[in-house]
Write a protein that binds this ligand. Structure first.
Ligand SMILES: NC(=O)c1ccc[n+]([C@@H]2O[C@H](COP(=O)([O-])OP(=O)(O)OC[C@H]3O[C@@H](n4cnc5c(N)ncnc54)[C@H](OP(=O)(O)O)[C@@H]3O)[C@@H](O)[C@H]2O)c1
Length: 322
């Protein structure tokens, strides 16, 4: 696979979102299957793996996903970049000591991941703990060698710039896909200007852009985010059909799949600092998505696609609100 940089951290140009092995898309696969799927991705050339301490069935408990990622990657630890995330509530900060509160989370993640250092440590969401204090603490953890770089998730330029002034941010992980393009206005340009990696999550719009979801698709009842993703109500699946058709048209032309086109589109549009992390709990589809690294759109294909896309209304919007 091709390589890109998130700040100073080199990764494959498409990473692997590991969340669905534990949470978010209904029934989870067996641990053995999940471990094999992660190893298959590594053998395919993927060197960037995304998890979080909260990824556990129905978000109850801590670390289910980190344990799987740790087991899968322990033999190749030095050849991969592992990203994980923490939530921090102000009630956890004793005597203003943000550093110790973060370190407690980090040591838990390190143990579950079986690593001596986390490559990329994100704040999962900003809270009432001041961003500047978080940035200072992350700087200290970098100096101590416990993390290589740090990042923020679902943030705007105000937050990123405050943080970046104190401790340079390696990556911003925000929602971004063909149907969620808010970040094009300010966040991605800011990241490019400041050598900050941009890591789109849900880049296939939770499956919509694969073309496999129709108005008759039934989502699962338990722990399935697709029940609330705005573009996936029956009405909005219908409304967004022209966008999916447009992707399908380009996919046919390129001999690629629609999911691959959704990823190849953003890789072409931002050829330096953007690294998407599609998620799937299916071995075949994981490799299909990583295969988008080889799908090269030309300048004119991108231009024509964008011209058509900009004429179409997106139905449903989540943005950076949660
Ligand atoms: N920072 C944050 O707050 C945040 C939030 C959400 C997610 N994330 C991270 O981002 C990663 C990806 O996000 P995501 O999983 O929500 O979104 P996604 O990659 O846009 O979509 C995942 C959904 O799309 C389906 N899918 C994926 N590839 C497919 C393909 N080639 N053909 C057909 N269907 C396909 C999957 O089904 P199958 O499993 O059946 O293939 C799954 O239902 C997560 O794993 C997680 O690491 C971060």
């Amino acid at each position: 696979m091709n390589k890109r940089f998130l700040g100073k951290i080199e990764v494959s140009d498409i990473g692997m979102g590991c969340m669905a092995f534990s949470h978010g898309y209904g029934q989870i696969p067996s641990e053995q299957y999940s471990i094999e799927a992660i190893r298959d991705a590594y053998n395919f050339g993927c060197t960037f793996f995304d998890t979080a301490e909260v990824y556990s069935p129905n978000l109850e408990g801590i670390g289910h996903n980190e344990l799987i990622v740790g087991k899968a990657l322990k033999d190749v630890r030095d050849k991969v970049v592992i990203a994980t995330k923490l939530f921090l509530k102000s009630s956890e900060v004793v005597n203003g000591d943000v550093y110790s509160a973060i370190k407690k989370h980090l040591l838990g993640s390190m143990k579950r991941l079986q690593v001596k250092m986390v490559d990329l440590y994100y704040l999962h969401r900003i809270s009432d703990v001041p961003t500047e204090e978080i940035a200072k603490a992350m700087g200290k953890l970098i100096n101590e060698g416990l993390i290589r770089g740090w990042g923020l998730s679902q943030v705007d330029v105000d937050v990123i710039s405050k943080a970046h002034k104190i401790t340079p941010v390696s990556a911003v992980q925000n929602l971004y896909s063909i149907v969620e393009r808010d970040c094009e206005e300010k966040v991605i340009p800011y990241c490019i200007e400041n050598n900050i990696g941009f890591v789109p999550f849900s880049p296939i719009a939770s499956g919509l852009l694969s073309g496999k979801i129709t108005t008759s698709t039934e989502f699962e009842k338990y722990d399935d985010v697709r029940n609330w993703v705005p573009q996936l109500t029956k009405e909005n699946i219908s409304g967004n059909k022209p966008i999916v058709d447009l992707i399908q048209k380009l996919a046919k032309q390129k001999g690629a799949t629609p999911a691959q086109i959704s990823l190849a589109w953003m890789l072409k549009k931002y050829p330096t600092n953007l690294v998407p992390i599609p998620g799937s709990k299916n071995k075949g589809r994981i490799l299909e998505n990583l295969g988008a690294s080889k799908v090269q759109l030309t300048d004119s294909e991108l231009k024509e696609f964008e011209n058509e896309l900009n004429k179409l209304k997106v139905y449903g919007h989540r943005g950076l609100t949660h």
